[in-house]
Design a protein around this ligand. Structure first.
Ligand code: ZN
Length: 474
């Protein structure tokens, strides 16, 4: 066997969930709304029953809860049988999670709260199916009309390919509270590349540049990738200012008044939009970092530990009001989670105190000023976040900030933010465009009975020499 110098990245099977906003017809909307209330009612009944069983010293299993739910008369559970069963399974899983958490020392209760609205699950082939006219049918049980939707396009972010409905599993119809619309959650299996190698990559996290990665390429070269976070700062700033303005308006209205309701709705919409944009941004950061990790065949990921720096900043009087807000809205944990998922690596944390101050070339301590680092002793200059990442890298390898020496080449790549639509935004846009087109075409149909979609060559019927087949048919 010939050893391949750089093996292609390994891949593994993962389950992704596509979230597709949907537009329902008036009747379907009401049916979906009622079904969500019925599902919540069933959940409440099951919770009460389980609590009564516990009082009677019984410990109902997953199948006991399911049996209780299916024993409720059919007229009271106007849902597909599989949807009802899924409620029982969900409740059992919730009880199991609360037990595990209690075992781990957390003070949590098993499910007890009354629900008003619950997502509906539709099993493959039974709960959901594709009709001969290529529409998606979500069943609400035998003998009842289902919810009919245009077949959604599910796009896999890897390679931007459409996912065939054969690969979809159990679909959920959920109410998106922030965006005030229904959406389908469609899980499907996909593949994801996983980093496999021996190199060590260190990451320095920050508010201005969410992630800066450093890896030794060979004896004399370090590759540094700086990922810029300007877009996220802009989104957060805009959101903070707009919600602040709404909050001030709300303080002048009466609680419960119509105006107050409207302002609450506007705030929810605003926050929902920002949340989608930030989710997309965090995924972009993690994706760019993953590309660096896979390109350098990293097997060990080390991140400077910054947890806890947000505590008691007000008392310590180190950071101003705006800085504290930035710190509390920093989505560092989410980005780390995405990175771990995308790379398939475990993340190690390391105490990073002094990493931004120590000179990586000579080990002297300087106070960085602005975005550039300059050493007063050896005149070493570099990007400030790159210094942090290189120091964390040295600590991960040697246990302390060992100087890298003056001759090492540091290759810094800057990755700017891309303004791009998230799949959710793209779907919403498509939906709005479709609605506009439909409205336009129905208006046209009312205006004239012509159904020709070809550009008309002849403007009046009197001069027509050849009969237009479409007009002739009409
Ligand atoms: Zn120095």
């Amino acid at each position: 066997m010939v050893a391949i110098p750089s093996s292609p990245p390994a891949s593994r099977e993962v389950v992704r969930t596509a979230i597709v906003p949907v537009m329902l017809s008036g009747a379907d909307y009401r049916r979906a709304h009622d079904a969500h209330h019925i599902a919540a009612g069933l959940w409440d009944q099951a919770v009460d029953w389980v609590h009564a069983e516990w009082k009677a010293k019984h410990n109902p299993s997953k199948y006991d809860i399911r049996a209780f739910l299916t024993s409720i008369p059919r007229e009271q559970r106007t849902l597909h049988a599989h949807t009802t069963e899924a409620i029982g399974y969900d409740l059992y899983e919730a009880i199991k999670t609360s037990r595990t958490n209690r075992k781990n020392g957390m003070s949590v209760r098993s499910p007890w709260r009354k629900k008003n609205y619950r997502p509906l699950s539709f099993s493959k082939h039974f709960g959901w199916r594709i009709r001969p006219d290529n529409k998606l049918n979500l069943s609400l049980g035998r003998g009842r009309p289902g919810i009919v939707l245009a077949l959604p396009n599910v796009e896999d972010p890897v390679g931007a390919e459409l996912v065939s409905p054969d690969l979809w599993s159990e679909i959920q119809l959920c109410w998106d509270q922030d965006n005030r619309q229904f959406s389908l959650h469609i899980p499907y299996t996909s593949r994801r590349s996983v980093s496999a190698g021996k190199a060590i990559t260190a990451i320095d996290e920050g508010i201005i540049n969410p992630m800066t990665l450093a890896t030794w390429v060979d004896e004399g070269t370090i590759d540094v990738t700086v990922i810029n976070g300007r877009e996220a700062r802009a989104i957060k700033r805009q959101r903070n200012k707009a919600t602040g303005a709404l909050q001030r308006k709300m303080s002048k209205t009466k609680n419960g008044s119509r105006k107050h309701h409207r302002l609450v709705a506007a705030k929810k919409r605003l926050k929902g939009k920002a949340r989608l944009q930030l989710r997309d941004f965090d995924h972009q950061v993690a994706r760019k970092a993953t590309n660096h990790v896979i390109a350098h065949s990293t097997g060990r990921l080390v991140i400077g530990e910054v947890r806890g720096i947000e505590y008691k900043t007000k008392q310590k009087r180190r950071i101003g009001r705006r800085g504290r807000q930035q710190l509390s809205q920093w989505s560092r944990g989410t980005e780390e989670r995405y990175l771990a998922e995308k790379t398939g690596l475990d993340i190690e944390h390391l105490n990073e105190s002094g990493s931004t101050k120590t000179c990586p070339a000579c080990g002297a301590r300087n106070r960085p000023c602005g975005r550039d680092y300059r050493c007063k002793v050896c005149n070493f200059t570099c990007h400030r976040d790159a210094v942090g990442a290189i120091n964390i890298l040295q600590k991960a390898i040697h246990g302390s900030y060992v100087p890298i020496g003056p001759d090492v080449v540091i290759r810094v790549t800057y990755l700017r933010d891309e303004k791009r639509w998230s799949p959710d935004q793209r779907n919403t846009h498509r939906m709005v465009q479709c609605r506009k087109a439909r409205a336009l075409s129905s208006a046209k149909n009312q205006a004239s009975t012509e159904t020709s979609c070809k550009p008309k060559l002849v403007n009046s019927s009197t001069s027509s020499l050849e009969p237009d087949p479409l007009v002739a048919v009409a």
